[in-house]
Design a protein around this ligand. Sequence first.
Ligand SMILES: C[S@@+](CC[C@H](N)C(=O)[O-])C[C@H]1O[C@@H](n2cnc3c(N)ncnc32)[C@H](O)[C@@H]1O
Length: 266
Amino acid sequence: MVPDGWTIRVTGYLPVDDPLEARLRRVCAALHNLPEPAIHVDEEARIVTVDCAQAREVLGDARQVLRPLRITERIVVKPPWKSFESGRGDIVLEIDPEAAFGSGLHESTRLCLRALERHVGHAETAADFGSGTGILAIAAAKLGVARVIAIEAHPESARVARANVRRNRVEGQVQVHCASSLEAVTTPVDLLTANLTAEGITARLAAITGRVKQGGVLLFSGMTDENSQDVERLLPRAGCALIERLSEGNWVALAAVKTGSTLGRE
Ligand SMILES: C[S@@+](CC[C@H](N)C(=O)[O-])C[C@H]1O[C@@H](n2cnc3c(N)ncnc32)[C@H](O)[C@@H]1O
């Protein structure tokens, strides 16, 4: 029972991406459904002001947990303020995430880095859809991809990605675009990474596959074991064949090869 006159504030942090509106609607619906008669949610209740400065302040402390992290036999991610003695053949990604997603702490990023190392082959061109800190685009460049287009919808994250690209001295290879579509990818690429949600991937599958050359590789991450099956089911219709399924805990990444001809565009 909530005493009279009390206000309960629910604070949450949600990714600022396309499904944000739908998520906010679900949060509002869930609050309305609480079986607690003393709780009133304003019909007009709309959350959220996104205050990047405040987010940075909150995340400032969280950044202190970052340490050099070996992701694969070759790939290590480290924050700029920590030293790391690299061995022969190590590929070190120096990433300051600030308030962006992609520090290497999340399973979906790690899975995508593993898939990238395994499937990059001799790719010369790549696109990274939803680049966050730029971690995957930078990894692709350091694994030898000559030209990488990184696309990030959130302006603050795009700024962070550009800073990380410079920090890793791959600005000659990686271009960061602040956009929410793949329009900047005007010529089909050899490799595409997309660490989004399953909904984000399925909603744009035709546009994504349309940006990849026949025989090119697509790496999808950001899905749970359950909802990765939605993406897997759609792959054949999108002209793609699954080549590997990687998992860590309940998180899944899918590697696919484009077998069909170029399909849809946005
Ligand atoms: C899960 S994070 C992945 C970040 C990084 N690539 C990684 O693997 O750690 C997804 C990122 O995609 C961005 N994003 C979501 N929808 C997008 C869209 N339609 N276009 C471009 N970026 C998008 C989000 O802002 C977020 O930075």
